[in-house]
Design a protein around this ligand. Structure first.
Ligand SMILES: Nc1ncnc2c1ncn2[C@@H]1O[C@H](COP(=O)(O)OP(=O)(O)OP(=O)(O)O)[C@@H](O)[C@H]1O
Ligand SMILES: [Mg+2]
Length: 1047
């Protein structure tokens, strides 16, 4: 409603296309009236004209953002938000990259407009932690770039001194992903020089005003601006601008973007270095050679700079005051004059700053750049510095104005020229609208063969004397007849007297006015060379950031135009100077713009995309059109019944005259899309519910099938178990009954059989009683006995015990009546085993066993020594008579009759002490010999031996009693101790038996009497611990008593 009112308000129409009558005055009046009413935005079709109000207006509130969100461009009051919204939606919904071109003079409000566009887009796109961070980073790049790239000029307190093109990148949902900033043409000269009333870049003032005492100390700076040469040694605070607050805001912004504290410090250090370079003073000195030279006047500042960047002051001083020149292969060091020195110093400062600025932009880009691989759509915002005309315009202004000229050309091309050409191309009836085409000016400047820039490059490269005058002369010669070029030379050629055009200047008639450029400095600035020495000196600095500074627009995008107009020259709020605005209206070509717009068509599109976009509006074209695209569009529009004058059908494109029609078309489309979306939603939801239902049903059937199955299985199991139980009971019952029956039957049968047996027995006995014999029972009994005995004997024969003599096992008798016979058989069997054993013995073995047997008879259970001797075999020969030659004589004595040869101990009859003796027993003699001499000492005939006495104990003591008649034993009985006593006595016994058929008389006793030569001695055997284990000890007790201690 408001929009319609605005459009119908004849005095201040919102869209200049509706202006009636269309004259320069009416257009100006409309702008003025709207400006008075604070309506600073006006449309020409889809181009927005913005007049700078120079005061804050309450039209950028969040409510306003909501109002313009998803609005229709032509349905709301003109606003920069409307164009921003249109561009954003076109990007998001139509997938078209956008660029927003903002033009206007310096101070017309371009930078503000670009920020408004950005903030609007940031406000309307979706929210989220990540997205908000990206948005914040993109927005916060402005304060940082403005601090370093903006400055106060005569025209604008916050004039952009660089061109900026910012690409904001979005994903398919329209959420910002990041961006890229490109910067152009920083006005470097401002670093070292600016006119009175202007300022250097904001950052210097901000740093001095806002930096803490500590920071300034660290950077070796003083707070007072008047101290610094590059700040013109004047205190230049700006009314209404708080540099200190801006410095803090800039620092916050850097933090948000992601600068590390170290990076911020490094940045400020380099800034401080630039500022301090301006204070490096040079003084002239003369060399001995008479050559002029310069030197550092006051080393303090230089020292501080070098401290900051970590460089040897000598290196910097040398670089500032001298220069190496390469001549052929030699390098020569030449001194510099004072002006040359200052020139070098300023060049260094400019260069450092411009590289620092490039680094800053790159650093911001690193933070906001989008990760590769994401598909993105782009919205570019171009904000360059505006067209400028100064009293004295240098190289910078020339470049700036060329830029603006180029932008104007693009505008003209897109909005005026191309549109009209397109109408003709498409065969639409069209009366051409006249307009000024600035291509001729652009060509004058940029022509690659003979443009001003090409000439400048050529002059810079040309050998020989090169200066600005030769360059100007060349231009004069080339453009003598050019309509848009003037200089003193060409004027005088045309005989024009013009005092406003001084010498060494040329003038170009730009689209926005005539600008006189002074050629001084053109060559040098185009070269823009930094002395190599200075560059190398900087590279030698240890300061990392400083070191790194010294390493040695898309036509596919849909353009949106914002044309800024400056209402007055004094930055005064709400002051509208018609002449100034009229001039801008003229050079911006707004009148032509309106005319083309009025006569032309607001919208054009290829039939294909048009049909694709709107085909849903007619049932004939929806969902598919079979014919040609043009026919489709015709059918579609005929169906929609738009007035025929609204439409024009070109060869390839459809043209729609008024935006209202397009708006209507778009509205219908939106409604239809909503309907279709509902339809799709409906069908999709139906389908989803159906599939879900079918799935559920299928699941339900499966579940119930499984459940029923499970139930039935359980039921079946229960039934089966019951049936089995019943069956078991029934069968059990049946079986028990049967069993009872069978038992009864068997008892009956048994009873019957018993009865029958008795009966038969009785009958048989009765029948056969007379035939029975009286001894039948005895016979039967014998028969049975025989059977049993036979079985027993046969069984015994089969299971005879082992034949070993030691084995006394024998099976027990199976029946009691066989016990005696079994015992008998056992002893027979044993004797038989012994006989067999004996028969297989050798004669030696038999003799040995016999001797053993004899020993047993003599000693068993009588002398303790016997049990010990059982294990020892009777070897007989213990001396080795045959082998040992020493015993040769003894051997001769014994000859073949030797029974036993052994060593014995003979007890001295007087003292009881013992001496060793050899004892030989032959079949006839008993010989005692001295072991040393090995000769018989005593030879006793066996018949001399009367008896032998031994003890009960386990000793080897024996008394050999001789007959009183014997000849051999003159000294009387012998008391001997033998290690083989048992064997000795046994063999003696046997030999005696063989020789005399008389048994040896053996006494085993504890007390006996011996007969010695000196009389009888009573020997008493005493058990004592003093004796050795085997060897008895004989003690004489008086002359007739002797004690034998045994163990
Ligand atoms: N929409 C606006 N509302 C209020 N004030 C505005 C608006 N646009 C611009 N201004 C004022 O005008 C001043 C200059 O605007 P801006 O810096 O955008 O100009 P510019 O066209 O970028 O100039 P330059 O080419 O020198 O950079 C701003 O500092 C601000 O005070
Ligand atoms: Mg600006």
């Amino acid at each position: 409603m408001e929009a319609t009112n605005a459009q119908l308000d004849a005095a201040a129409v919102g869209d200049l296309v509706l202006l009636d009558p269309l004259t320069e005055e009416s257009l100006l009046q409309t702008l003025q009236e709207r400006f008075r009413r604070s309506h600073i935005y006006t449309y020409i079709g889809d181009v927005v004209i913005s007049v700078n109000p120079y005061r804050p207006l309450p039209i950028y509130t969040p409510e306003k953002v909501q109002e313009y969100r998803n609005c229709n461009f032509f349905a709301v009051t003109p606003h920069i938000y409307a164009i921003a919204d249109d561009a954003y939606r076109s990007l998001r919904d139509r997938d078209r990259d956008q660029c927003i071109l903002i033009t206007g003079e310096s101070g017309a409000g371009k930078t503000e407009a670009s920020k408004l566009v950005m903030s609007y887009v940031a406000a309307v796109c979706s929210k989220g932690e990540e997205v908000d961070k990206v948005k914040e980073q993109l927005l916060q790049s402005n304060p940082v770039l403005e601090a370093f790239g903006n400055a106060k000029t005569v025209r604008n307190d916050n004039s952009s001194r660089f061109g900026k093109y910012m690409d904001v990148e979005f994903d398919f949902k329209g959420e910002p992903l990041g961006g890229v900033i490109s910067n152009y043409l920083l006005e470097k000269s401002r670093i070292v020089r600016h006119v009175k009333g202007e300022r250097n870049f904001h950052i210097f003032y901000q740093l001095l005003a806002g930096g803490s005492v500590q920071l300034l100390q660290q950077l070796k700076l003083r707070q007072d601006c008047r101290h610094y040469g590059y700040l013109n040694r004047e205190s230049s605070g700006l009314p209404g601008v708080d540099d200190a607050a801006n410095f803090r805001a800039m620092q916050d912004a850097m933090r948000v973007i992601g600068f590390s504290p170290a990076e911020v410090t490094a940045l400020l250090e380099v800034t401080a270095v630039v500022l301090k370079l301006g204070n490096v003073q040079l003084s002239s000195s003369h060399r001995a050679s008479g050559m002029e030279a310069c030197s550092i006047a006051e080393p303090q500042e230089l020292q501080e700079i070098c401290d900051l960047i970590g460089l040897d002051p000598g290196t910097l001083e040398r670089a500032l005051c001298s220069r190496t020149v390469k001549a052929r292969d030699e390098t020569v060091l030449t001194t510099l004059s004072v002006p040359q020195g200052y020139y070098g110093r300023d060049a260094l400062a400019k260069n450092i700053y411009s590289r620092l600025f490039d680094w800053l932009v790159n650093r911001i880009n690193t933070s906001i750049q989008v990760k590769p691989g994401k598909q993105r759509k782009v919205m570019g915002v171009l904000d360059i510095y505006g067209f400028e005309i100064f009293q004295d315009n240098g190289f910078e202004q020339f470049i700036i104005n060329y830029c603006n000229e180029k932008l104007q050309q693009i505008f003209i091309l897109m909005t005026l020229k191309e549109q009209q050409e397109e109408y003709v191309r498409e065969g639409i009836r069209w009366t051409p609208v006249e307009f000024f085409d600035n291509s001729i000016i652009c060509d004058l400047i940029e022509n690659s063969k003979c443009g001003v820039l090409a000439m400048l490059d050529e002059e810079c490269l040309r050998p020989g004397v090169v200066n600005e005058d030769t360059f100007l002369a060349k231009l004069d010669q080339l453009f003598a007849g050019h309509k848009h070029y003037e200089s003193k030379e060409t004027q005088s050629a045309r005989r024009v007297m013009d005092a406003s055009l001084p010498p060494r200047c040329f003038r170009i008639h730009h689209y926005a006015g005539k600008v006189t450029y002074n050629v001084t400095g053109f060559i040098e600035k185009n070269n823009d060379l930094l002395f190599r020495d200075l560059s190398q000196a900087m590279w030698a600095a240890r300061h990392a950031l400083l070191r790194s500074l010294f390493p040695e627009g898309d036509p596919q995008k849909n353009p949106n135009y914002i044309r800024c107009i400056k209402p007055n020259e004094t930055k005064a709020a709400m002051l509208f100077t018609p002449e100034l605005v009229l001039a801008q209206v003229r050079y911006l070509g707004l009148m032509e713009n309106v005319r083309v717009r009025r006569a032309g068509y607001a919208f054009r599109q290829l039939y294909g995309p048009f049909l694709e976009r709107y085909k849903m509006l007619s049932p004939r074209t929806w969902p598919r059109w079979a014919g040609s695209e043009r026919q489709g569009a015709e059918v579609l529009l005929a169906e929609l019944a738009f007035p025929p004058e609204e439409l024009a059908f070109g060869h390839t494109k459809i043209f729609i005259c008024s935006p209202c029609t397009l708006f209507d078309l778009e509205r219908r489309r939106q409604e239809r899309v909503a309907e279709l979306a509902t339809l799709i939603q409906k069908i999709f939801r139906g389908w989803r519910c159906r599939t879900r239902y079918q799935l559920m049903r299928k699941s339900q059937i499966i579940i119930s099938a499984w459940f029923r199955g499970h139930m039935q299985k359980n039921k079946y199991k229960r039934l089966k178990r019951s049936a089995l139980t019943l069956q078991a009971y029934a069968r059990g019952w049946q079986s028990r009954r049967l069993l009872r029956e069978l038992k009864l039957q068997s008892r009956r049968r048994a009873a019957a059989a018993t009865i029958a047996a008795y009966w038969r027995g009785y009958q048989v006995r009765r029948t056969y009683r007379r035939y029975f014999r009286s001894e039948a029972s005895t016979r039967l009994a014998n028969f049975i006995y025989r059977q049993l005995v036979q079985k027993f004997l046969l069984g015994l024969g089969r299971n005879l015990p082992p034949l070993s003599v030691m084995d006394r096992t024998w099976p027990p008798a199976p029946y009691k009546f066989l016990a005696d016979a079994n015992q008998e058989l056992r002893s027979i069997f044993y004797r038989w085993k012994c006989k067999r054993y004996r028969e297989q013995l050798t004669p030696q073995r038999r003799a040995l066993l016999r001797a053993k047997l004899c020993a047993s008879e003599l000693f068993k259970d009588k002398k303790t020594l016997y049990s010990k001797s059982l294990q020892e075999p009777f070897r007989g020969e213990y001396l080795g008579l045959t082998q040992n030659p020493k015993y040769q004589k003894l051997h001769a004595v014994a000859k073949d009759k030797l029974v036993m040869a052994d060593t014995v101990r003979k007890v001295n009859r007087a003292s009881g002490k013992t001496v060793p003796r050899l004892l030989l027993l032959t079949t006839e003699h008993l010989v005692l010999a001295d072991p040393k001499a090995a000769q018989p000492k005593t030879v006793l005939s066996l018949s001399d031996i009367h008896s032998v006495s031994v003890t009960r104990f386990s000793d080897g003591f024996l008394a050999l009693h001789l007959k009183e008649t014997s000849t051999g034993g003159a000294k009387g009985d012998f008391l001997l101790i033998s290690d083989h006593l048992i064997e000795l006595v046994t063999r003696l016994h046997q030999t005696l038996m063989d020789a005399t058929a008389q048994a040896l008389s053996l006494h085993i006793t504890d007390q006996f009497s011996t007969r010695f030569q000196k009389g009888n001695v009573a020997v008493t055997v005493v058990e004592s611990a003093k004796a050795g284990s085997d060897v008895p000890v004989c003690k004489k007790r008086g002359s007739h008593k002797m004690e034998v201690l045994v163990h």
